[in-house]
Design a protein around this ligand. Structure first.
Ligand code: BES
Ligand code: MN
Ligand code: MN
Length: 459
């Protein structure tokens, strides 16, 4: 066992307590009443980076702060790794569905239950601890390292791209490494070959200038809720395809090697049904579940607001209806093009008496990995060392919108190496991160630097 691994094992108890402290901070980026908690979380990240041996600074932005830690004393010519993660979390609601409070970490059945344990505080923490283990035992790293932690990922990273653009020297790196995703199955680590992109909108349907008596006016006034329900229903055809004209024009079929990798992976429909309560139906009939999840675009209603939703009946004809609609995108779709097509579609389908408006909330392009290079190889070996099995390559249906932009601005490739397990309840009640993932994750990232030293000749 290496000295760094031994260090991590010896300090496991302290590491776990530190993670608990991090998880206790309710850093909910979507809610302004938590702004001070975001600042506290940023400060927590900065001081844990400093304790690990990085020099770390907090950068205010127009939104939540960015934290950057760095260690750049590797031998001349050594590459630079930029680790990206986020310290903000999703809102915990509905609170009544949590079995233990979201910001009081609780260990049950080998799992750490808390909002952010898997997405992404727990996984960001793994990186900081792996660096600590190396620097505490060796005093150095074989590569230069930058850790970039943001507090706005869960609200679409509105301030991160400008921040990166304004700090290109500070953030210059050869490879971006991100742990903010899941393994394919327990015991089966994976490296990602893709993430879907995102285009998120609200559709506002407006009718009469005020709510009206549904008897006095119903039948002679167009009802925005009825109209929007129809419009939303008509966004898909009977085969589950998205019915916006031109929508599939930019959709590229996945490369043959990716398709054969997907077809070689087992899909456990029973486990899926157990986890979600429904069989893997929905979406396009013509594709398998994994193909639909990883290689096909989607259009989903995330919320629907209109009219009277309180107890009992109220006869009212609402003046307005709003649907929150997100599209997941695949190569070569862009949020801009999807917006154009959707706007044009809405213009065509707006019924008399109803005006429709499309409001963009956020977006990001889909990402595809370049599955090669020394960092990729080193990560595969590191995972094999800690999980005793080779990683599989998988896609991912979720989105991390900044990845493509980071790659373009830095001229770097990204490696996505996630440690959450399927069913971790990211964004849902009872989010958890396995204690086993916590321990093996730290080991893996410690091995990663050893393997990078072997692979880049910078011991
Ligand atoms: N970590 C997730 C994305 C993710 C989830 C990747 C599961 C792989 C597996 C990230 O924090 C996230 O939730 N992203 C959002 C996008 C954002 C713009 C709100 C998403 O995918 O909905
Ligand atoms: Mn995340
Ligand atoms: Mn998330």
């Amino acid at each position: 066992m290496s000295d760094a691994i031994a260090f991590a094992r010896a300090h496991r108890g302290r590491f776990r307590q530190e993670l608990d402290d991090f998880l206790r901070i309710p850093s909910v980026s979507a809610r302004s009443e938590h702004n001070a908690d975001l600042r506290r979380a940023a400060e927590w990240v900065r001081s844990s980076m400093t304790a690990a041996g990085l020099s770390a600074r907090i950068f205010p932005t127009e939104g939540h702060p960015v934290v950057v830690g760095e260690w750049k004393q590797a031998a001349a010519g050594a590459p630079t790794i930029l680790v990206y993660g986020h310290y903000d979390v999703q809102p915990p609601e509905p609170l009544e569905l949590w079995d233990s409070p979201p910001f009081e970490p609780d260990i049950r059945d080998g799992r750490i239950y808390a909002r952010g344990s898997a997405d992404d505080k727990g996984q960001l923490f793994l990186h900081i601890k792996a660096l600590e283990a190396h620097l505490a035992t060796r005093g150095s790293l074989p590569v230069n390292v930058i850790v970039l932690a943001e507090g706005e990922e869960e609200v679409g990273s509105p301030n991160l791209a400008p921040f990166v653009q304004n700090h290109l020297d500070l953030l210059a790196a050869d490879t971006v490494v991100i742990s903010d995703s899941a393994m394919f199955a327990p015991g089966q680590p994976s490296l990602l070959f893709s993430l879907r992109g995102m285009a998120y909108f609200e559709i506002h349907a407006t009718g009469p200038s005020t709510d009206l008596h549904s008897g006095g006016y119903g039948g002679a006034v167009a009802n925005p809720a009825n109209a929007l329900a129809r419009i939303v229903g008509d966004l898909h055809d009977a085969e589950g395809r998205i019915a916006i004209p031109g929508f599939y024009d930019d959709v590229a079929p996945p490369p043959p090697d990716i398709l054969s990798r997907i077809r070689a992976l087992p899909f456990d429909a029973e486990a899926w049904t157990l986890e979600t309560g429904v069989p893997p139906v929905g979406g396009e009939d013509a594709y398998s579940p994994l193909e639909r999840l990883w290689t096909r675009p989607t259009c989903d209603v995330n919320g629907f607001l209109s009219g009277y939703t309180g107890e009992g009946a109220k006869t009212v004809l609402p003046a307005k209806a709003v649907a929150k609609v997100s599209f997941r995108l695949v190569p070569n779709q862009t949020p801009e093009r999807v917006r154009e097509l959707t706007e044009r579609h809405l213009e065509r389908v707006a019924p008399p008496g109803i005006s429709l408006e499309l409001v963009e909330l956020h977006g990001g392009r889909p990402w595809q990995a370049r599955l090669e290079g020394p960092v990729f190889e080193a990560a595969a070996r590191a995972l094999e060392r800690s999980f005793a099995t080779r990683p599989v390559l998988t896609g991912e249906g979720g989105s991390i919108p900044i990845v493509v932009e980071l790659e373009e601005m830095l001229g770097a490739n990204s490696l996505l190496i996630g440690f959450a397990l399927p069913g971790a309840n990211m964004h849902a009640p009872n989010e958890w991160f396995a204690v086993d993932s916590f321990e093996r994750g730290i080991d893996t990232l410690i091995h990663l630097y050893d393997e990078l030293a072997a692979g880049t000749g910078n011991g």
